[in-house]
Design a binder for this molecule. Structure first.
Ligand SMILES: [Zn+2]
Length: 709
């Protein structure tokens, strides 16, 4: 039975003959046609080629050049309020839970192998050059000029890796990231530098291409400053073989690099809304502008795709092809996570110099205007975010395109809006691929013709959408991302692998969703709920399969938590359409699982620590594990608290960090610990109550939550 159902669904999906209409969803067809025509995968890719030249480390000259490139394009496209906002970053200032990381720049980095020649050591072979390939120098490397022997320390992350080896004054060759090695190799055993062949994120293709050089990192805040060079697996294998035979290898490393007080820079621009009241509300397009060169898919692709959405919306609005939306649309290009935390917590500043010219064109005077964007106000104005991180992967990268739902702690319908457009793009692109004919093939002239086949998936973490959706901001976020990507964080994440058709389709889904959310009002609610209601059934069906893995006594509680999500997600429409949101009771009758919602007879009564209630404090804002900094770990250590068991817990559909993120998000002073346990069990799989309570009590000790009587 199940098999038959699955096969049928697969056939329907593959043939594009789903029950859903072939007409575009939610927006008038003329608006969709205007977007589909104007959005250009080639324009996006040309901008991507510009960004991919640059090594874009946070606070660096390369990042600044990328910011200037984006700002210049945004101005040329006619966007408003274009600014590069600056946030001081010196290692001491906090932006919510993010300890600012000082800027890091490099001028030079060369690693040579030396050989003996007439009693002298002379350069023989260049193993890596920052100038040619900046990825070879690990981020946060410090200056050095050393000649030293190379010692193989295996992984380099445990003391046993060093037993019987003298690494003092030498360079270690390690399989792990430099940051995972530095405190032992340099701090404890006195090595003078690190050569790493760390591999990128695990996928089926992991370790297969031995020519990849991975982006390397040292720990920003480690007291054991050093330098790290990154080499390919192929080069590392060669060096290891020679060392294993007893050969001695002498290296000469020259590094001119280091941390310095600087700025996080965040580019922003707007399309002002038309409604006198609603223009203070914003729909934000987000991405992240940092990462190693070339970083084409991760994440030049997201940056240029929101830029293309910006260009297109601005042009279509300016020439009257589509109406100016009621709400303001904002575009944001930050360094990942830390830049978003700075933006939403800090006061972004930018000074804009303009010149006055007389009638004959001669220069008269300069004016300097200081722009300040208070983060607290901005966070209040943003009603929803559309975050793109890796959206251009073509066949070579092995990408599956995801439209990702939000966390269960923040019920919202905005992801369903994105899925409505993604499903339409799936159908149209499949129809085109299969028959050569479709009204909206969404194909770029220089791009592929494959069907999109986007998937709608449960919440997964790992980018700036985690910041927006954290309970201290509570901004629902559409997350569009590719996974897997066999070249992520390596020198081969190059523009050649990026498909203009994919960029066009991602831009279409994003632009249509953002524009729709910017015009959503009471009159549109009926059509909206009718469109997105079937997706809820999708979710419930998936939940039933998951339920089989949940112990019986927790199943009602899990169902109840999911039903509550669905009811609240539809109700969240009232945030956009105050009198249009449907009644809870009307919707409740349509949710089979709702019979369990808040039914005390179906759920075990809380007792003991299960009755404890905790509420999150207003400050600090942000998730507790952020970029290059672990707020929880740092503060727990200072308070003498051991690592809570929840942080290393492996659930069916989630693990430590995910449970921790949601336990905190659910702590609103109303749910008791047992209800929080039930909710995270529904989301990530059953977890013992004592783990949840232990974590909440640790959060209380470090001042993140307080007990509510
Ligand atoms: Zn990314």
């Amino acid at each position: 039975m199940r098999r038959w159902v699955c096969t049928t669904v697969a056939i329907l999906a593959a043939s594009g003959m789903t029950a859903r209409a072939q007409k575009p969803p939610l927006l008038p067809e003329k608006d969709v046609a205007a977007l589909a025509n104007e959005l250009s995968g080639e324009t996006a890719k040309r901008n991507l080629e510009g960004l991919a030249r640059l090594h874009r480390q946070r606070g660096s000259q390369g990042f600044h050049a990328a910011a200037e490139l984006v700002a210049e394009r945004a101005r040329a496209y006619g966007l408003s309020d274009v600014a590069i906002l600056q946030f001081p970053a010196d290692g001491k200032i906090f932006y919510g839970t993010q300890r600012s990381r000082p800027a890091w720049d490099a001028e030079r980095g060369e690693l040579w192998e030396l050989r003996e020649h007439e009693g002298m050591r002379v350069p023989e072979h260049l193993l890596g050059s920052y100038e040619a390939e900046p990825v070879v120098l690990a981020e946060d490397s410090e200056s050095a000029d050393v000649t030293a022997a190379l010692v193989d320390v295996g992984n380099g992350t445990s003391e046993s890796d060093y037993s019987g080896k003298d690494v003092k004054g030498k360079i270690v060759l390690a399989a792990a990231q430099p940051g995972a090695v530095q405190d032992l190799a340099v701090g404890k055993f006195g090595a003078v530098g690190i050569l790493s062949y760390a591999q990128n994120q695990k996928t089926a293709w992991w370790g297969e291409d031995e020519n990849l050089i991975r982006w390397g990192h040292l720990e920003t805040f480690s007291p054991n400053k050093t330098f790290g060079f990154m080499v390919s697996l192929k080069m590392a294998r060669g060096l290891r073989e020679r060392l294993a035979k007893g050969e001695s290898i002498t290296l000469h490393a020259v590094v001119k690099a280091g941390q310095h007080p600087g700025y996080y820079e965040v580019v922003t621009a707007t399309i002002p809304g038309a409604d006198p009241k609603l223009k203070d509300e914003e729909i934000a397009f987000s991405c992240h502008l940092d990462h190693q060169r070339p970083g084409a898919n991760d994440n030049a692709s997201g940056c240029v795709t929101i830029l293309e959405a910006a260009r297109t919306l601005q042009k279509l609005i300016a020439n009257g092809a589509i109406a100016r939306p009621a709400r303001t649309i904002r575009f944001i290009w930050p360094p990942e996570i830390e830049g978003t935390l700075a933006l939403l917590n800090g006061n972004g500043r930018s000074s804009i110099t303009s010149a006055t010219k007389s009638d004959d064109g001669t220069l008269q005077s300069f004016h300097e205007k200081l722009i300040v964007v208070p983060g607290v106000e901005l966070a209040r104005r943003i009603k929803a975010a559309i975050h793109m991180d890796m959206v251009g992967g073509g066949l070579e990268t092995k990408a599956v395109f995801h439209v990702t739902r939000g966390p269960m702690s923040l019920p919202s319908f905005v992801h369903d809006v994105a899925w409505a457009f993604a499903e339409f793009a799936n159908e149209q692109s499949y129809k085109f691929a299969a028959t050569g004919k479709a009204e909206y093939p969404l194909v770029a002239p220089e791009g592929g013709k494959e069907p999109l086949r986007a998937e709608y998936l449960p919440y997964s973490m790992g980018s700036d959408h985690d910041v927006y959706q954290d309970s201290s901001f509570g901004i629902p976020s559409i997350y569009m991302n590719d996974w897997p990507d066999r070249y992520i964080h390596t020198n081969f994440d190059s523009a050649a692998n990026i498909d203009p058709t994919k960029l066009k389709r991602a831009a279409f889904i994003g632009a249509a969703s953002g524009y729709y959310l910017a015009i959503l009002n009471d009159e549109r609610v009926e059509q909206l709920t009718a469109t997105i209601w079937p997706y809820r059934i999708h979710r419930v069906a998936g939940s039933e399969e998951r339920d089989l893995q949940v112990p019986k006594e927790q199943r009602f509680a899990a169902d109840s938590a999911r039903a509550e999500y669905d009811l609240s997600a539809i109700e969240a429409i009232s945030g956009f359409a105050p009198s249009g949101a449907p009644e809870r009771e009307k919707r409740r009758s349509m949710i089979p699982l709702a019979k369990y919602a808040n039914d005390p007879a179906q759920t075990a009564k809380a007792s003991g620590d299960g009755v404890l209630k905790f509420a999150r404090k207003r400050e600090p804002k942000g998730p507790l594990a952020v970029f290059g900094y672990d707020y929880f770990g740092d503060h727990a250590k200072a308070a003498g608290i051991g690592t809570p068991k929840l942080l290393s817990y492996e659930g069916f559909w989630g693990a430590g960090e995910e449970y921790a993120y949601e336990v905190l998000n659910f702590a609103n002073g109303k749910r008791n610990a047992q209800e929080i346990r039930d909710a995270v069990s529904a989301e990530y799989g059953p977890v013992p109550l004592e783990f949840v309570v232990e974590y909440l009590k640790a959060l209380e000790k470090i001042g993140i939550v307080e007990q509510v009587k």
